[in-house]
Design a protein around this ligand. Sequence first.
Ligand code: ADP
Ligand code: MG
Length: 629
Amino acid sequence: MTVETRETHGFQAEVQKLLHLMVHSLYSNREIFLRELISNASDAADRLRFEAISAPELLEPDPELKVRIEFDTEARTVSIEDNGIGMSREEAIRQLGTIARSGTGDFLSKMTGEQRRDANLIGQFGVGFYSAFIVADRVEVLTRRAGAPDSEGVRWESDGQGEFSIEGVDRPQRGTRVTLHLREDAAEFADESRLRMLIRKYSDHIAFPVLMKGKGGEGEAQEESANTARALWTRPRTEVSEDEYREFYKHIGHDFQDPLVWSHNRVEGKHEYISLLYIPAHAPWDMWNRSGSRHLKLYVKRVFIMDDAEQFLPLYLRFVRGVVDSSDLSLNVSRELLQQDAVVETMRGAITRRVLDTLDKLAKEEPEKYATFWKEFGRVLKEGPAEDPGNRQRIAALLRFSSTASDNPVPDRSLADYIAARDTTADDPLASQKVIWYLTADSFNAARSSPHLEVFRKSGIEVLLLTDNIDEWLVSHLHEFDGWEFRDVKRGDLPASKPAEEGEDKKPAATEHSALIERMKKQLDAQVSEVRATTRLTESPACLVLGEYELGAQMRKLMQATGQAVPETKPILEINPAHPLLQRLEEQQDDTHFADLAQLIFDQASLAEGGQLEDPGAFVQRLNRILLG
Ligand code: ADP
Ligand code: MG
């Protein structure tokens, strides 16, 4: 009857790649196909219930939303059927033939053929519908959009080899039926007790009944629900097992891996809502896309409203996934209304604090998991102090940095650790102030060998090493922590490291070398704003110092990268007159030699900063002249 309307389409290239990877890398975990297909059926039921808020007739004549699993051992088939929203022909072509989620294509193109790695990669974006092909060599989908006439049914079919066919069929019932023709080696899944076990294991939390026919001899066997069919978040915490929480996460998070931690709360009183918030164990590939989707599902009185309710969380917590179910909002609430809603505003504040508390607890109780969190999401959290000044201190307590206290480049030092380790009773003006000293650099190694650390090493003062390119910006929004002020070791005047008791050797030093300083200033006038004797160095000949209010190198780079004009500034050159090179310079009578050496000392100092030389060729010639001279 409808042969004419049958068409064949090729899968999008990414889909083929995904199919291939999936069949190979998930073989040992292939039972998850059932979870994925039931998850889709449940999503379809959720969507229909949502559309039915404004069009209740969509639910007729079959108002009880449910999922049904059938199997035929002989024919080696399993089918998953729902009476949810269904798909139109166009939707089936698009949704089952392409990967809609933006960025997936890019992501897949980065994949290598190496299987172990790929199995992990695949876990980063959920597997979804295509997991059917792990166990089936032919998949047939019958579907009809709710509200469409019977004649607009659709039959989609594929063997997962690069093409699918699509044709129009009559379909009296709405919703979708996915039939798997199992591979020979997957015949074990066409079995009642196996299926029941899998439903219990993976889909017990699904909020709709998942029906299966009981084994009944001859006549029609009774259908019964194989799951609890209660929205998981509505159940008391004490009645939900860890495994159930994890499985629920995989369903709503479209993630294949377990979450790191979660927080489940029922709030009563002025506003009533339930939140179930998960912290994933890995960053999604689209995390840096700040307009990318967020993953908090909104329900109102158990009815699904939307997938990415971004109004309930600030951007710097965009990695959180979960469910919020409000009893106060209206079922007709729209994205626009959410934006101005006072209830939403209050909930957002409370949910934000809930997430920060969860992280705080994780940091204290499970430091290893917190280290994973920090590795995956630390950089996003650093956006927090700027975006959410009200929670600045809370966020600051969660930050982790590298520091001179350890040889380990992994940032694991908290500000509280830093403060606890500092001895402010020491008789040393550098140590006695409540100052969190930090140094910014491009890398951990560059930071560790910076001449600016010399005086701090000598005085035994810890310095935080900030090597993330947004750290300087971050610190500028932190201002202080627990009454301690942040200070850049490269910036401004440093208090003399030791009290100038014995013979006040500090000030005279400056005047003593004033002739040298004047001469160098003249020589380097175009490059430095000032030359002065240092309080920072013990071993190196010289270093560059920033004015108190000047932008640091990281900020300049950030601004340049975003096309902003960066003001021209000249650094201060601090010299260590006790260093043999400076002593040699001081004795130098020959003006040409003096010029070469002075310039070289300046160039060295900027190289040690990780800076770039303006004229590397001239530097090399100068260096050679000196080496040979
Ligand atoms: P995801 O569930 O993460 O969106 P899937 O690969 O599982 O990804 O499914 C892809 C899309 O196919 C879904 O987003 C949905 O639009 C459509 N789809 C899959 N199964 C069904 C179903 N049973 N009913 C309606 N639409 C479905
Ligand atoms: Mg899915």
